[in-house]
Design a protein. Structure first.
Length: 319
């Protein structure tokens, strides 16, 4: 069995492959072996090994071959693969993943391009893009209206990798401010430039007390034009969330149950639990109290936001 996934929308392409693998793993009585091979330097012995050799560890195999059609120049190997596609055993699934548009005139493409087995992921634009943005927000527990979706697209273009990062950031910003929706104001004030590095990188670094990493990410965010108040509010929100989740996590509640109890999206709970592993309960409580004091100093004009951020990193990451 084989599939061909190709096209310019590499984000949706990747999500489809991940979803396919998860479905297969969920149904399998025993976990299949999973292989990922770079197509540019794939050889005949490598292909034969993953496609036809019987595994002693598992009855089934999932093989992902990346960019063979786009990058491998071995025409003899392409011809060999084409001739042997139908010989691939039912116990082996080969996924040909092409991050772009391969030559549709090639013999191998024509053999792979079968109904229900070949899927092209075209760039999403216009109304389809707006619907995608609204749907992505919904999956994170955040409402994004039509006008807001159009504004996000206006600022971000049609790159779903970038748009996904922007929506994650804006969703956290809305949650930090007690809202379940993204506004035009949020977008205009906080939308990241193209070189955006997600705020989760900074939050994770602070929680892990990795000062060097935290300083590097924060500097990149600020130079890229990300609002300093947004950065601070994200850190505050994350520690508030950690306190909310901590008690149930200690009791051994599942992520799903915690999400229902504290009324948070599972995505946020999952991120929070990862950060809880780096800190103790009292430490988190003390950090949150300190953040509260710094926040008051900012609002009272006693300290500039940038200086407050430097102070947070110095105090939290060097302990």
């Amino acid at each position: 069995m084989f599939y061909l996934f190709y096209g310019e929308d590499t984000f949706s392409l990747k999500e489809k492959i991940v979803s396919l693998k998860e479905q297969i793993l969920a149904k399998a009585e025993f976990p299949p072996e999973v292989f990922v091979l770079n197509g540019d330097d794939l050889t005949k012995p490598q292909f034969d090994e993953v496609a036809f050799a019987v595994s002693i560890f598992s009855a089934k195999k999932i093989v992902e071959i990346r960019n063979f059609l786009l990058e491998n120049k071995d025409k003899t190997l392409a011809e060999y693969i084409g001739k042997n596609l139908e010989k691939i055993p039912d116990t082996t699934l080969i996924i040909f993943r092409e991050s772009g548009l391969p030559d549709k005139r090639s013999s191998l493409f024509k053999k792979l391009n079968k109904p229900k087995q070949a899927f092209e992921f075209k760039q999403i634009i216009g109304s389809r893009l707006f619907s995608w943005i609204i749907g992505k927000g919904k999956s994170l527990g955040i409402r994004i209206g039509q006008k807001e979706a159009e504004k996000i697209a206006e600022f971000s273009g049609s790159d779903l990798w970038r748009i996904n990062s922007e929506i994650e950031k804006l969703s956290l910003y809305a949650m930090a401010n007690g809202r379940e929706n993204i506004t035009i104001g949020d977008i205009e004030e906080n939308l990241a430039p193209e070189n955006f590095s997600t705020n989760f990188d900074l939050i994770d670094a602070v929680a892990a007390r990795n000062g060097k990493r935290a300083c590097m990410v924060m500097d990149k965010l600020i130079k890229g034009g990300v609002n300093e108040n947004l950065i601070f509010s994200m850190i505050v929100y994350q520690y508030r969330t950690m306190l909310s989740v901590l008690d149930y996590y200690i009791r051994g509640e599942s992520q799903g149950n915690i999400a229902k109890i504290v009324k948070m999206h599972p995505f946020v709970v999952s991120k929070t639990i990862n950060n809880l592993k780096n800190s103790g309960q009292k430490e988190i409580q003390n950090f949150f109290l300190r953040l509260g004091n710094i926040d008051k100093e900012i609002k009272n004009g006693q300290i500039e936001v940038r200086l407050a951020l430097d102070l947070v990193l110095a105090e939290f990451c060097l302990r």
